[in-house]
Design a protein around this ligand. Structure first.
Ligand code: HEC
Length: 126
């Protein structure tokens, strides 16, 4: 009987945490690795980019603003006046894109809230 109660307790406490998937801290840590392996070659590990070539992501109002255009830029890439931002939708899954966007919004001096894999999934299917 005691064991059953313990199991019910564990389910009630651990269940919701598991259902939510990785929390913001885990996404941030995972995103740091993804950033350093896939984005830093252009945007630099310190987020400062290269003048007139790769935009700085640190203290960048676009990166700190509405999350949807950021997620869309990472998913689909963008050709702009600085050049071509590659597309990542075939190389990174929803969780990985959520992680790297969470990272760039909170790394260096940036202090914007993270994004979730569900937000990426919603934009990917558009
Ligand atoms: C091959 C170089 C390259 C790589 C790798 C790269 N980017 Fe970019 N990125 C660019 C360029 C160039 C632009 C600017 C495009 C333009 O002129 O609009 C850009 C733009 C951006 C922007 C929009 C910035 C703004 O101010 O509008 C974000 C956000 C971004 N990149 C995030 C990332 C992330 C996250 C990764 C890794 C998953 C990544 N980039 C990898 C070259 C790169």
């Amino acid at each position: 009987m005691k064991l059953v109660l313990v199991l019910i307790f564990l389910l009630l406490t651990a269940g919701p945490a598991l259902a939510q998937g990785p929390g913001p801290d885990e996404l941030f840590k995972q995103g740091k690795d993804i950033f350093n392996n896939t984005c830093a070659q252009c945007h630099r590990a310190n987020g400062e980019g290269l003048p007139n070539t790769f935009p700085a992501l640190n203290k960048n109002p676009f990166v700190l603003g509405d999350p949807q255009p950021i997620i869309a830029t990472v998913l689909n890439g963008r050709k702009g006046k600085l050049g071509q931002m590659p597309t990542w939708k075939d190389k990174l899954d929803d969780g990985q894109i959520a992680a790297v966007v969470t990272y760039i919004r909170h790394a260096w001096s940036n202090q914007a809230p993270g994004v979730t894999p569900a937000m990426v999934a919603a934009l990917r299917s558009k």
